[in-house]
Design a protein around this ligand. Structure first.
Ligand SMILES: Nc1ncnc2c1ncn2[C@@H]1O[C@H](COP(=O)(O)OP(=O)(O)O)[C@@H](O)[C@H]1O
Ligand SMILES: [Mg+2]
Length: 236
């Protein structure tokens, strides 16, 4: 068996019970190798966010198996004890809304996680600045979140998700608030992170500008996944 960055087998999630139960995920199967960026595409309500939340250990699935790296994390129940450590050390989340900390400047919003992980303040800020530069927002390094445009806030939140170099990055509509060039810049940096740090990355999107960049796409419809070869168009 190939070492997977992410392996999901027969994943199911039911919300509620009885007459009002909703089967958000019915049969999800995905394999994402380290270094790969895949698209996850599907209509509204098809289970995309639920899937990312299950994989990110924010929502508990109902059945199936999930593996990150060589670690089985879920097998019809959580098989690892410390879900908080899993989220902190293994998963980088990028959301549609940026959720920055309002009383920290841009640099410290990004540097906070590596500082908490034990890096010196100077090293953490250096890593933060490198990513801010790559995301074309380093000129706002000393600004407060409230002073940024929506697009700038989003790029800062992407830097924050990447700074600890998590092996798994989960992005839920990350380019929604960005224009075409900036959306492609985000995809470029995600591909760079995937290659450089062997991260496995899932990007939920219906953004027509970025869908052609994926080499592989999982379609999700009615809680079930179907794999498809993407265009893998060169965008660099
Ligand atoms: N916490 C919840 N409680 C009950 N139903 C939920 C909850 N979260 C999502 N759902 C339902 O699960 C289905 C999939 O939702 P979601 O994963 O948000 O879809 P998507 O992100 O593809 O739009 C929808 O029918 C939604 O209403
Ligand atoms: Mg969603």
């Amino acid at each position: 068996m190939v070492t997977a960055g992410i392996r999901i087998e027969g994943l199911r999630k039911r919300f509620g019970s009885g007459d009002t139960a909703v089967d958000a995920l019915k049969d999800v199967n995905m394999v994402i190798t380290p270094g790969e960026v895949v698209g996850l595409v599907g209509p509204s309500g098809s289970g995309k966010s639920t899937l990312l939340k299950c994989l990110g250990a924010v929502v508990e699935p109902s059945a199936g198996r999930m593996t990150i790296g060589d670690e089985l994390i879920y097998d019809n129940r959580w098989v690892i004890k410390d879900l908080r450590a899993l989220r902190r050390d293994k998963i980088g989340f990028i959301f549609q809304a940026p959720y920055l900390i309002p009383f920290l400047d841009v640099t410290d919003n990004v540097a906070l996680l590596p500082m908490l992980a034990g890096l010196s303040n100077a090293m953490a800020r250096k890593q933060a600045l490198e990513l801010l530069q790559a995301l074309d927002v380093a000129h706002r390094a000393r600004a407060m979140p409230s002073q940024l445009s929506g697009g700038e806030q989003q790029r800062v939140s992407i830097a924050r998700a990447l700074v600890n170099r998590p092996p798994v990055i989960l992005a839920d509509e990350p380019t929604a608030p960005l224009d075409g060039a900036r959306a492609l810049a985000v995809i470029r940096i995600l591909n760079q992170m995937a290659r450089q740090y062997e991260a496995a990355i899932i990007v939920v999107t219906h953004d027509e500008k970025i869908i052609p960049t994926f080499k592989r796409i999982y379609h999700i419809r009615d809680g079930k996944t179907h794999e498809e070869v993407g265009e893998g168009r060169d965008f660099e």
